[in-house]
Design a protein around this ligand. Structure first.
Ligand SMILES: NC(=O)c1ccc[n+]([C@@H]2O[C@H](COP(=O)([O-])OP(=O)(O)OC[C@H]3O[C@@H](n4cnc5c(N)ncnc54)[C@H](O)[C@@H]3O)[C@@H](O)[C@H]2O)c1
Length: 346
């Protein structure tokens, strides 16, 4: 398959690109290289003849038309987005511009390209989204593909908007789309402003470990390589117009996840005092969703996909990766905005 991936220099996109190349596909990575991108994530595939990189913004229609015309992909997997909830609270405009308007421009460019090729039925536009579009769960229940949308942050609202556009481009123009909504990812190459790397690096360096609110919020954690495998399964075998929820079947309270990471850092780099003593409860995020949990029954039943890595094993691999790759995260941490508390402007 010749695949055009948007956002392939980000955390999940780069895992998809690495995996797609390993599976023998041709991959064009289209990415604007925002603060969240890192081409080093792709060092292992950069010189592969089946890999190409295009620096372009998904809001730039002419650049999208050029890339589609030049590379003529069989499928587009769309991951490019502004992705950090805390940043969306401080600066929602970029989220609406990239996640909503950018998706609109991409859909229009892909529609023109697909129509120009005679509307091939086996073409796919795969939109990658989040479980956060479904809002917040109480103590019971799981998100299914039929759960009504109820986004509560600028990030999740902008992703919900993009999901609606994608469905509409199928219903109105017939574009063959598939969609996925996934739970929280973690793993190697995770940008150091996100919870898991923040905890690993704070623990390693003996700094206070911030946990929002009471730490009771529950998330369902998925190892990023498992997500990449799920996405490549859906783009190949998912049914047109269908959406698939993807989860790790690893639901944990944030405070318990943080304690697990502290124990793994203690094990890898023993210290005089347990790292869990560095945990500090800090002011909560405004509108902090209490619980997300995924029912992965559809993707398991229809496509036979299940996560392969337990949370314990995935966190162990992730901690080991951060310990082995300080040059990667030190360079990214020097970028603007990191280290300051974001998302408190309620
Ligand atoms: N991280 C998670 O836990 C998670 C969970 C479910 C779904 N998702 C979704 O998966 C996708 C990827 O998430 P991630 O965590 O890898 O994000 P990320 O922030 O690590 O990477 C986003 C990438 O998109 C690129 N990008 C941003 N704006 C762009 C634009 N206007 N034009 C072109 N490229 C642009 C960035 O340069 C970056 O390389 C997003 O759509 C996100 O909503 C993420």
């Amino acid at each position: 398959m010749k695949l055009l991936v948007t956002g392939g220099a980000g955390f999940i996109g780069s895992a998809v690109v690495r995996r797609a190349i390993a599976e023998g596909h041709e991959v064009v990575n289209l990415d604007a290289l925002t603060y969240a991108a890192c081409l080093d994530n792709l060092a292992s595939v950069a010189s592969n003849p089946r890999y190409a990189f295009v620096r372009a913004d998904i809001r730039d229609r002419a650049a999208l038309d050029r890339a589609l015309g030049q590379y003529r992909p069989d499928a587009v997997m769309h991951l490019a987005a502004e992705s950090h909830v805390d940043r969306s609270i401080d600066g929602p405009a970029a989220f609406v511009e990239t996640n909503v308007l950018g998706t609109f421009h991409l859909l229009e460019a892909v529609r023109a390209y697909w129509q120009g090729r005679g509307r091939p039925e086996d073409f796919r536009f795969h939109h990658v989204s989040t479980d956060e579009v479904f809002g917040s769960l109480g103590a019971e229940g799981l998100f299914t593909e039929d759960t009504p949308y109820d986004p509560r942050s600028p990030y999740s609202a902008s992703k919900a908007g993009s999901d609606h556009l994608v469905r509409a481009w199928h219903e109105t123009y017939g574009l063959p789309v598939v969609m996925t909504n996934c739970s929280n990812n973690y793993g190697p190459f995770h940008f150091p402003e996100k919870l898991v790397p923040v905890v690993i690096l704070s623990a390693l360096e003996g700094r206070q470990i911030p946990v929002y609110g009471t730490g009771e919020n529950l998330r369902d954690w998925l190892y990023v390589e498992d997500h990449a495998e799920a996405l490549l399964t859906v783009i190949r075998r998912g049914k047109v117009r269908r959406s698939y929820n993807i989860g790790g079947e690893n639901e944990r309270r944030n405070i318990d996840l943080v304690r697990m990471i502290c124990a793994l850092v203690d094990e890898a780099r023993p210290a005089a005092r347990p790292r869990a003593e560095l945990i500090r409860l800090v002011a909560d995020r405004p509108g902090h969703d209490r619980r997300y949990a995924i029912d992965p029954g559809r993707i398991a039943g229809e496509l036979g996909w299940r996560p392969s890595v337990t949370l314990e094993e995935g966190l162990r691999r992730t901690v080991a990766w951060y310990l082995d790759n300080p040059a990667w995260w030190q360079a990214l941490r020097d970028r603007a905005g990191l280290g300051q508390r974001l998302g408190l402007t309620a």
